[in-house]
Design a protein around this ligand. Structure first.
Ligand code: 5GP
Ligand code: ZN
Length: 112
C-alpha cells in the first residue's frame, strides 16, 4: 500500500469518524470541520486527485457522487457544497482524491 494517510483511514488502520462505507468508497468526518457538517468522501482505491481521473477510474468517481447524494439525503441536507482541491496552490494537502461535503452555514461565492 502507498504511504498515504487516506489509504490508511479507508483501510481502518487509522481511526476516523465513519459516515458511510461500501466496497468502493469511504466517508468520514473531517478532523478540522469548516462547517457544522463537514465530511470527506474518498475512493478506497488510491487516486491522487481529480487530475488523475481517467477512463480506468471514472466509474469510481461517479460512485462517490452517488454516495454524496445518498448521504446528503439521509442527513436531510438540502443545501450543501462539494469541493475538491487539486494541487498545493488550490489547497490540496492530502494527495488522495477526496470530496469535501460542507453544509449548515451560509457560504460565499466565489470561495477565497
Ligand atoms: P485538502 O486540504 O487536501 O483539500 O483536505 C484535506 C482534509 O483532510 C482537511 O480538511 C483536513 O482537515 C482533513 N484531514 C487531515 N488529516 C486528517 C485525519 O487524520 N483525519 C481526518 N478525519 N481528517 C483529516
Ligand atoms: Zn491513498
Amino acid at each position: 500500500m502507498e504511504d498515504c494517510l487516506f489509504c490508511k483511514i479507508a483501510a481502518g488502520e487509522i481511526p476516523s469518524s465513519k459516515v458511510y462505507e461500501d466496497d468502493i468508497c469511504y466517508a468520514f468526518n473531517d478532523i478540522d470541520p469548516q462547517a457544522p457538517t463537514h465530511f470527506l468522501v474518498i475512493p478506497k482505491q488510491h487516486i491522487k486527485s481529480v487530475a488523475a481521473v481517467d477512463e480506468t477510474n471514472s466509474a469510481i468517481v461517479a460512485h462517490c457522487f452517488e454516495v454524496i447524494a445518498r448521504v446528503a439525503k439521509e442527513k436531510g441536507m438540502d443545501s450543501f457544497r462539494v469541493v475538491s482541491n487539486i494541487g498545493e496552490q488550490a489547497g490540496q494537502s492530502v494527495f488522495h482524491l477526496h470530496f469535501h461535503v460542507l453544509s449548515g452555514r451560509d457560504m460565499t461565492w466565489p470561495p477565497g
